[in-house]
Design a protein around this ligand. Structure first.
Ligand SMILES: Cc1cc2nc3c(=O)[nH]c(=O)nc-3n(C[C@H](O)[C@H](O)[C@H](O)COP(=O)(O)OP(=O)(O)OC[C@H]3O[C@@H](n4cnc5c(N)ncnc54)[C@H](O)[C@@H]3O)c2cc1C
Length: 453
């Protein structure tokens, strides 16, 4: 196992040197049009695909455990739904007055808060049914930069704008063909971790993935201002809204009611039916639907008395997606497992959230009974009959209701750390993840600050 030195990594990525930024007159050269046809082969111990909520943590853990690690991300920054999706309030790290998820995710979250002069919630005060009070608000710009910095410090090779197109198991390794802007690469790795949120890698590698007929709606996060809730005639506004819905100019399910849109200023209120980030085609439609819904509502708001000056202050570049595919794993966590806090022989981290299924009528969270904390068994991160393959994040093996709680960010971060730690031990012992002794995984996790059941 070799760690990639930072300088070597920059050379590998594209031969960037400071000299290449100095403008020199008369030295222009043409772009090699065929550069995309040259397939470069690179090898690594661990390849993580998807640099989002779970994947960033998985890669950092793998590299800190001494494995050479490559992180492939099709976007332009780390953090996924936490940053690009604008869901910058990860939870829940605490349950019933006690921290249940810590480790690398918590390190990133708490350092982000500190660097932004933010405030952690008082976790000793019970939230009752208002579980969101224990979510931690993070500055997404700081979060993504810190995540990237920690990856660089750990010697991870980050490859943005890249995605896998084919995957095969050869000898004892995975061979993953990726394409990026002007690049075609074959990445040979000993252990592969799918953190795409959509189980895309698992599916591409030929294993079963599952999907519900109806999935939860997506949400474009944005912020509107320019009106004063105290000085608007809500009754009149509601009437005008219902009129527009009745005429088919607005779709009721997209915001449920005008009051919540105005009151929230656009924070986590929109619902886009059929949101799907699985392919470029579905993701494009999802983003366009999120933005056109916002555009329609913005135009409508500006016709309302007291709201004529409504302005769009910020908007995320992607519509956040809650649910697509899940893996068909060695074990599927059920709703009953989750709500009873079942402990398995291979329970490897905690998860704590209400059952939180959004549908066209909104969401009505079902809270766990006092003292109950769910656990995640390692087998739920392993696609059935696979070797040298792990999954972390919202696409873990679980039934739909259990998944609506397991998909939450702190749980995804905990799973990411488990996947990185397990893959590193699997590399060292030349075993498949399910054959790595659970106690060994627990001790490396504890060594790296995680809390284990
Ligand atoms: C609107 C909304 C509100 C939510 N509210 C909360 C909340 O209040 N609290 C909470 O904790 N959680 C909340 N969640 C849930 C939570 O944010 C997500 O479930 C979680 O962040 C998913 O993490 P992940 O790592 O599985 O996926 P992501 O964070 O989405 O990361 C997946 C990454 O993989 C990349 N990727 C995907 N496919 C490929 C590919 N083929 N090649 C390369 N890269 C790829 C993506 O670009 C992305 O960076 C919410 C989610 C949404 C959408």
């Amino acid at each position: 196992m070799t760690k990639i030195a930072r300088r070597t990594m920059l050379r590998t990525i594209g031969g960037i040197s400071l000299g290449s930024f100095i403008p020199v007159l008369g030295k222009a050269s043409t772009l090699d049009k065929k550069s995309g046809e040259n397939i470069k082969t690179i090898t690594t111990d661990i390849l993580v695909i998807g640099g989002g909520t779970a994947g960033t943590i998985a890669a950092i853990q793998a590299a800190r455990a001494g494995c050479s690690t490559i992180l492939v991300e099709n976007g332009s920054q780390l953090g996924g739904t936490t940053t690009t999706g604008g869901v910058s309030f990860p939870g829940l790290f605490h349950a019933w007055g006690k921290q249940v998820i810590s480790g690398i995710g918590w390190e990133l979250v708490s350092e982000t808060v500190k660097l932004d002069d933010g405030q952690l919630p008082d976790f000793s005060i019970p939230t009752g049914r208002q579980h969101w009070k224990h979510q931690v608000h993070v500055n997404p710009f700081i979060y993504t930069m810190l995540a990237e910095e920690k990856c660089m410090q750990a010697g991870i090779q980050i490859r943005y704008y890249e995605t896998p197109v084919s995957i095969r198991f050869k000898g004892d390794n995975w061979e993953v063909d990726t394409v990026g802007k002007g690049t075609r690469t074959k990445i040979v790795c000993k252990q592969l971790i799918d953190c795409t949120g959509n189980a895309s890698v698992t599916s591409l590698a030929g294993f079963n993935v599952l999907r519900e007929e109806e999935t939860q709606p997506g949400t474009l996060m944005f912020r509107i201002e320019g009106y004063d809730m105290e000085n608007i005639d809500l009754k009149l506004i509601r009437e005008k809204y219902e009129e527009a819905v009745a005429k088919g100019e607005l779709v009721k399910e997209e915001f449920r009611n005008i009051h919540s849109l105005l009151q929230s200023h656009g924070n986590n209120v929109q619902h886009i039916a059929g949101a799907d980030s699985t392919t470029s085609e579905t993701h494009t439609i999802t983003n366009i639907n999120g933005r056109s819904s916002l555009m329609k509502h913005l135009r409508f708001l500006r016709t309302l008395p007291g709201c004529e000056k409504t302005r769009l202050i910020s908007m995320q570049p992607e519509t956040g997606v809650r649910e697509t595919y899940r893996i068909d794993g060695e074990y599927q966590i059920t709703h009953e497992d989750y709500t009873s806090g079942k402990v398995f022989d291979d329970s490897i981290c905690y998860s704590f959230y209400p059952i939180d299924l959004h549908d066209k009528n909104g969401v009505a969270p079902k809270h766990l009974q006092e003292g109950t904390v769910a656990t995640i068994p390692l087998r739920a991160l392993v696609p059935k009959n696979s070797r040298n393959l792990l999954v972390a994040g919202r696409c873990l093996s679980s039934d739909r209701l259990a998944n609506s709680a397991l998909r939450i960010q702190a749980s995804c971060m905990a799973m990411g750390q488990v996947a990185g730690a397990t893959a590193s031990l699997a590399v060292k012992s030349r075993k498949s993840p399910v054959d790595v002794p659970v106690d060994d995984i627990k001790s490396i996790l504890v060594h790296h600050g995680a809390i284990v059941p």
